[in-house]
Design a protein around this ligand. Structure first.
Ligand SMILES: [Zn+2]
Length: 157
């Protein structure tokens, strides 16, 4: 099925990208700072990958910022700080911070990807051995649908 293959590859690629970001975030801290122009007074937003975390920080004090509008800046610095594994949120009158550990989305995509790969590998192994890909029934020497589950025979060749 097409959608199944699409989901398998999408989850696999996202899991690889997140795993890469997780490892890289231990070494480098990558920040994107931008200005939210939808609010009446310009406020900064920071998205940062650092020490296994995706950090989102909203600046809440309505101080006018002396920066060109729209403001956009990317910076890469050496990662510092300690490793945290749990999601966190703290909010004050000035900032609102959301910290999401990258292992959360990694598991979210790696688990379905592994299950889909595992089931495809199992199915391919059954076909190679001459067994029914659906139920594993040994159908060597048989033609027509599977006697166990009724799955039609795969087209030959
Ligand atoms: Zn079968």
């Amino acid at each position: 099925m097409r959608w199944r293959r699409g989901i398998k590859w999408l989850c696999t690629l996202l899991a690889i990208a997140i795993a890469f970001a997780l490892v890289a975030s231990m070494r480098w801290s990558v920040s994107v700072t931008y200005q939210d122009t939808r609010t009446p007074t310009p406020r900064l937003r920071i998205v940062r990958f650092e020490m296994g975390m995706l950090k989102y920080v909203r600046n809440l004090d309505g101080v006018a910022l002396d920066v060109p509008s729209p403001y956009w800046d990317t910076s890469v610095t050496k990662a510092s700080g300690r490793l945290d594994w749990l999601p966190q949120r703290f909010k004050s009158q000035y900032i609102d911070c959301w910290f999401v550990p990258l292992w959360l989305p990694l598991i979210l995509f790696a688990v379905p990807a592994s299950l889909l790969w595992w089931s495809d590998i199992r199915k391919a192994r059954r076909v190679r051995k001459g067994h029914c890909p659906s139920c594993g029934y040994d159908r060597r020497g048989l033609s027509g649908p599977c006697p166990e589950c009724g799955r039609p025979a795969a087209p030959q060749g």
